[in-house]
Structures are given as structure tokens and as C-alpha cells.
Design a protein around this ligand. Structure first.
Ligand code: UDP
Length: 325
């Protein structure tokens, strides 16, 4: 039996991870989620899953849970719980580093106590844009000159990574990090500011697609199911103390091109509106640097391979939006 603990299991990524994990009847999965950023209706989600008997959950924060458990023990811990999204992070300005790092230390302690393996979901934003957007695990992490709220999120994640990797060096802690690149797919909410649900909804409504800036920003969109596969493979095969990029470099695109693809695939009459995002989200909103992954470390060491091309990612988001209308 595998006793598995998932923080943020009712989030966008978490809900897809749980779907996979509960399929194996050898797994006993416990979710902790305070639902603060959850895009799903948990009751409906559990109905759709068929209330699997190997899934239990606690609706509370990571710290509340970790403080309250005494005898629970786990073999695997996936840490997904986090504030998220370029707009979603803004209300947490000034508090994010502490909350991200506090949660990480709680999970390091829990993993050490149980002798569980911890897989921590960090962010590709720790690279600060890599070299012209290209990010490989060998590159230094760059802290930009301008202090932004987005940077606070990345620094919190990087601090968490550092704590995990260094604790591994001086103790028996078993742990790996993943750095996801632009996860996309069904159940992602436009509320955090994420581009694909926004573009698809705008296309359905035949409204102009709000392309930020000049639309030349580079991103590599990765299907959420590919990210989940990367997470599970990292848990199984990841070398202790290592970080892995999980992202699909073949889905590299500029945002304007993404907008045109969405219009084509939805057969929409929408046009494009070039917009300053600060007029939507306020002056604190910041654009991330260009980013796309070198994925060969994950492919070689984990046996991971992305499967979904950019059109399939968009089509799956479209299908989900159609279900909701
Ligand atoms: N974006 C856009 N219009 C929108 C929302 C986002 O042009 O309505 C752009 C945004 O500027 C960014 C890219 O799409 O360059 C990806 O944004 P998302 O928020 O999905 O992810 P992140 O910025 O964290 O990579």
C-alpha cells in the first residue's frame, strides 16, 4: 500500500493528479486543501470521480494540518498548495515568501518524520527568464533588479527549493523539485489571469482577445496531464535533491500566435485587442520574462515525455468550456 499525501489536491493541477493517483487501488490518498485558489466545485468533482474509497481529505491549510497530525504516516508527499497566477498573487503581496516557506518547512518536517519522499512543485519563474527565455537546470537563477510581486512568488519558491535541497544534503530527507512551465488544460480558471481560459472564453463570446503588450512574449504551454505524468515520474524515479524542468519545448509559441490559434480552433469571429494588462489588473501586475524549457533532464532521468501538442491543449480547454455552457 502507498500512503500518499497531496497538498493542494483540489487545485487545477492537484485535481488532475488525484484523478490519476486514485486509479491505483494500492494507493491511499489524503488531500489537504483550504480551497483558497481552487477552481473546482469539490462536491461535483468528487461525484464525477465516483467518491473513490481510497481518497480522504481535510479542508484546511497545510500548517493547520501539519500541526494537528500526530500518528499519520505517509510514503509519498506531493506539495502543490500555493497561491498562483500573475493576477492571483497580487492580493498576497508582502506575505507570500513567509507562507510559501512556512508550508515548505512543515512538509520537510513531516517527510523527515515519516521517511516519506517529498516532491515539491516550484515554478519555472525561478529562472527569471533564463537566457532569452531558454531555461535549463544548469543556468543560474536570476534575481531581477526591480522588486515586483511576481518576483516575491518566485523568490518564495526558490527559498523553498533551497531549504529542501540543503536539508537533503545534511539529513536523510528524500526529496525532489519540479519546475513546471505554463501548465494548461481543463479546469484552469481565468481568474488567476491565466491566458488560455481567458482567450477561449473571449473567443466563444466573439469578443476581442486581450493580447497583452505586443503579444511577442514567449511561453511553452504544457498539457496538465503531461505535468501530472512528470510529477508521478519524479516521485518514482527522481534523484534525491534534484530539480527537473517539466515543460513541453515543442509547444513554444508567442502569445499573439496562440491568440490566432484559439480564434481558428473555436471558429470565432473575434479579433485581437492589444491591451496594457495594468489597465485590467492594476499597476502592480507584471509580465514574466520569456520562458521555455530544456526538458532533456526529465526525459533522460525520469523517462518522461510530453504527449500533447499545442492544438490538443487548446482543444481540451475548448471542450471543457463547452461542457460548462
Ligand atoms: N496574456 C495575454 N492576455 C491575457 C492573459 C495573458 O496576452 O488576457 C499573456 C501574458 O501577458 C503572458 C502569457 O499570456 O505573456 C501567459 O500568461 P499566463 O498568465 O497564462 O502565464 P504566465 O504569465 O505566468 O506565464
Amino acid at each position: 500500500m502507498n500512503r500518499i499525501f497531496v497538498t493542494g489536491g483540489f487545485g487545477f493541477l492537484g485535481s488532475h493528479l488525484i484523478e490519476e493517483l486514485v486509479k491505483d487501488s494500492d494507493n491511499r490518498v489524503h488531500v489537504v486543501d483550504n480551497l483558497s485558489t481552487s477552481p473546482i466545485n469539490v462536491e461535483r468533482y468528487l461525484d464525477e470521480l465516483g467518491h473513490p474509497s481510497n481518497l480522504t481529505y481535510s479542508i484546511c491549510s497545510v500548517n493547520e494540518y501539519c500541526r494537528s497530525v500526530n500518528n499519520e504516516t505517509f510514503d509519498q508527499i506531493y506539495h502543490l498548495a500555493s497561491v498562483v497566477g500573475p493576477a492571483g498573487v497580487l492580493p498576497h503581496a508582502g506575505k507570500m515568501i513567509k507562507s510559501i516557506v512556512d508550508d515548505t518547512y512543515s512538509l520537510i518536517e513531516l517527510a523527515a518524520k515519516c521517511n516519506a519522499k517529498l516532491v515539491d512543485v516550484s515554478t519555472s519563474e525561478v529562472y527569471g527568464g533564463g537566457q532569452d527565455g531558454y531555461c535549463t537546470e544548469d543556468y543560474p537563477k536570476i534575481v531581477p533588479a526591480k522588486t515586483t510581486i511576481r518576483m516575491e512568488y518566485a523568490i518564495g519558491k526558490l527559498a523553498g527549493e533551497t531549504a529542501i535541497i540543503n536539508t537533503h544534503k545534511v539529513s536523510n530527507l528524500k526529496a525532489c523539485i519540479i519546475r513546471p512551465f505554463n501548465i494548461a488544460g481543463p479546469r484552469q480558471s481565468g481568474k488567476g489571469g491565466f491566458v488560455l481560459p481567458r482567450f477561449v472564453t473571449q473567443s466563444f463570446n466573439n469578443e476581442p482577445l486581450t493580447v497583452f503588450g505586443n503579444g511577442k512574449q514567449i511561453r511553452a504551454f504544457t498539457h496538465v496531464k503531461d505535468t501530472v505524468d512528470g510529477l508521478i515520474k519524479t516521485m518514482k524515479h527522481g534523484r534525491q535533491g534534484e530539480a527537473y524542468n517539466i515543460g513541453n519545448p515543442e509547444n513554444k509559441t508567442i502569445i499573439l500566435e496562440l491568440a490566432y490559434r484559439v480564434i481558428k480552433l473555436t471558429k470565432s469571429k473575434s479579433g485581437i485587442a492589444f491591451v496594457d494588462p495594468k489597465t485590467i489588473y492594476g499597476p502592480l501586475y507584471e509580465e514574466a520574462n520569456d520562458k521555455y524549457p530544456e526538458a532533456s533532464k526529465a526525459m533522460k532521468e525520469l523517462g518522461w515525455k510530453y504527449r500533447y501538442d499545442i492544438d490538443k491543449v487548446i482543444l481540451d480547454v475548448i471542450e471543457e468550456c463547452l461542457k460548462q455552457t
